[in-house]
Each structure stands twice: as structure tokens, then as C-alpha cells.
Design a protein around this ligand. Sequence first.
Ligand code: GDP
Ligand code: IMO
Ligand code: MG
Length: 429
Amino acid sequence: MSSIAIIGSQWGDEGKGKITDYFSEQADWAVRSNGGNNAGHTIEFNGHEFKMRLIPSGIFAAKKGAVVGNGVVINPEVLFSELATLADSGIDTSGLKISNRAHVIMPYHILEDEYQELAKGKNKIGTTKNGIGPAYMDKAARNGIRVCDLLEEATFKEKLESNLAYKNSLFTKIYNQEPLEFEPIFEKYLEYGRKLKPFVTDTSVLINDALKRDERVLFEGAQGVMLDIDEGTYPFVTSSNTISGGIAAGIGVGANKLDTIIGVIKAYTTRVGAGPFPTELTNQTGDKIRDIAHEYGTVTGRPRRIGWFDAVALRHAIRVSGINALSLNILDVFSGFDEIKIANTYELAGEKIDYYPASLSELDACHPIYETLPAWKEDISQVKEYTDLPENAKAFLKRIEEISQVPLVTVSVGPDRLQTIVVRNPWEN
Ligand code: GDP
Ligand code: IMO
Ligand code: MG
């Protein structure tokens, strides 16, 4: 097996960072291919905790290096501050590679994100305000500035001049805001270009060559399928393809290069920001889960919205992403609970449906139909073997496998690397 892709199968924050770090120990390369510093991936080992935004979570363990692919949008300031934090902790980042085709988040993207949200008022998306949407907007509009442009002074100058002229007229005439000055941005980003240069390469060539040599590549997704620009709860989504197809496009490998596609799920559901959430719990049970699992946004600190496990959303994620393995995290949260619920289908206008509606008004009218399973009293946070889990925990896991028709590869009982129960190691078969 030479590649594993790890993607979020809910609305983000499923614990992708933890699982990526875990499987990176046996990988040569760790690769990020979508999103930007809207991501916050938590990793814990040997008493350290890291929250990765742009640099792949596999940087700690992958043997040959970590790669930021062309599908990522890069805020250089965040990248350098992340590198500095890692260096302070003695982590070797010399193997980092950055795609020459990746797009750059510019200061006007961050402002535009904020102004757009303000203008949307009560319909705002609840973005992370990191300029992600506007950077991808410019990419799709074919106005974006790429990493390779930062390395060519004349090209960068021309692109920045025309972009800034447009953004300034947008800011002053539409949003009634101040314009930005050219010179400080130009100087700052030229300097970023100089600092980025040693890391920059054609990462598609690098990873395809590695795959040809049968080296092991671990692809790390950001966000989750339900936040995908095409397949998620549009418009309450992020602006990139978070599905497995986004990996092929976002690194420049053939779609047939993804061997195992692991969908990461939590034992329940969370969502940050606005948008539909049929199984949301706005009661004490939701508050209890938030408290136990510290469900506050890694990037913005916002309290995460909590809900029961949604199998309708999971089946959607499996279908659009070809997920053929599942990693279930935060099983430990239910120790001491009386019962756990799983929404297996929705009821819409008197009919049972098991697909995820595209229309937000239909989604609003959907009522989850729950199955209830007994929980368990035991603390499971130190359990190392699947067989040692309480019977009710195993029955819950079995039910998730049955209704998703996808086997579990890991079950996680705590945030630390060691709190991972391996059911099957995809690197080994
Ligand atoms: P990501 O964005 O998908 O990488 O997930 P985040 O890091 O944003 O959020 C997941 C949170 O759950 C982090 O605080 C992790 O440390 C934590 N976590 C991951 N797995 C487990 C687990 O099995 N049990 C508990 N209690 N926490 C976990
Ligand atoms: P990780 O990789 C959870 C959400 C935001 C907002 C919407 C759009 O840590 O799982 P954006 O800033 O992307 O334009 O915001 O998407 N969002 C996330 N939610 N986890 C993430 O990343 C997210 N990245 C974006 O809260 O609702
Ligand atoms: Mg996160």
C-alpha cells in the first residue's frame, strides 16, 4: 500500500490531525492539498500539543518530508509563524516543500472576507475571516497571485497593481472602506517570496516520483466533506473541494493514486459557523458533550455546535469521496452517559429519506429519525485493544460499521497519539 488519504467526513474538526500524525509514523511523505489557515489540526504526543494550520500534521513523523500542495491557499505570515513555533520546539522542518502553483492569501483577501460577512448580515457564513473564500474567488476568476509569481518581481508587481486597483475600487465604492497602499504590500510580499524560495518546488513532480519509487504518501485533508464547495451544505461551506477528489486536484496526482481513503468521524457531530445541522443538540446533552470534549474552535475559539451522530451525512460523505475505511474519534466522551443516538434516516414531508437534500429549505424541514443505543459507565481512555472495550461501546462501533457499510481502521479514546486503538493498519494490507 503506498498511499493513504485522510479526510474529514463531517463538518471539520473530526480529529484529522491526530489520525494523520498517527499514520505518518509509517509514511515517507505527508501532504496537504486544500484549504489554508482556516484549518486547525491538533496533535498530541510526549506531553506536547501542536495546532497545525498550514503545515501538514505529518511533519512530526513522516520520514522524508511534508508538502503543501497547489490546492492550498497560503498566508505566508501564518506559515512563517508556524515554522518558528515548530523550530522553538526543536522540530526539524527542513523537509518542508511548497508548491510553486499554490495561491497566496493577500491582505486584501482578509479584509474582503470581513466586508463580505458584514454585508451578508444575518445570512453570514461565519467564516474564519482568514481570507480563504476571497483567495479562492480570485483563483477561480484567474486573477490570483501564485507562489511562483512572488519569486518574479516584475510579474508580481504587475499582478499586484491590477489586483489592488480592482480591490481598492471595490473597497471604497461598494463597501465604503479605506483603500490599501501598494508599496507596503509589495515590499512585504517580495520579502516573503525571498524567504519562501528555498521551500518552493513542483510538488506534483515530487510526489508522483515518490509514488513511482513505491514510497509511502499520506494525504491530509482539511475541513470536512459537509463543508465541500460542491458536495457540502452550500452556501454554508468553505471555498475548496474537501472531498477526496480535491486531493487529486490539489496536489496534482491521478485520482487512481489514492489507495485507502480514510473518512474521519467523531462519535457525535460538531459544526462551527452558520448553516444547517439537522441533529444539532441545543440542550444540556449538547453542553455536556462540549464541556467534556472541550469543543471550542481551534482557529477562532468559538464554541462548536454539537449534535448526535448523523449517518445520513456520513453515507453522503462516503459516496462522494469513495471512503473505504473509517477512523472514529472521541469515543471516550460517552463514558458515563446513559444512551447515545444515531440518526440513520431523515423524515421529510412524511417520507423517510436516506440521502442528503441539496435544498436548504428541504433540509430545514427534515427531522432526524434516531436509533438509541445504551452507553457505558467505564472510563475507556486507557484501553489499548478493541476487545477490551465495554460491550456497549463495541455494539455502538459495530452499528456504525453496519449502517455505513465501511470498516473501521482506528478507534480513538483520547487526544494523545498513544490513545489510538488500531483495528487494521492500512499500510500493512
Ligand atoms: P481536526 O481539525 O480534524 O484535526 O480536529 P481538531 O484538532 O480541530 O479537533 C479535534 C479535537 O479533538 C482536538 O482537540 C483533539 O485533540 C481532540 N481529540 C482527537 N481525538 C480525540 C479522542 O479520541 N478523544 C478526545 N477526548 N479528544 C480527541
Ligand atoms: P479543520 O481542517 C471546522 C468553517 C467555518 C465556516 C466555513 C467557511 O480544522 O477541520 P472559511 O473560513 O473556510 O471561509 O469558513 O467553514 N470551517 C471549518 N470548520 N473545521 C475547519 O477546518 C474549518 N475550516 C473552515 O467555520 O463555517
Ligand atoms: Mg480543526
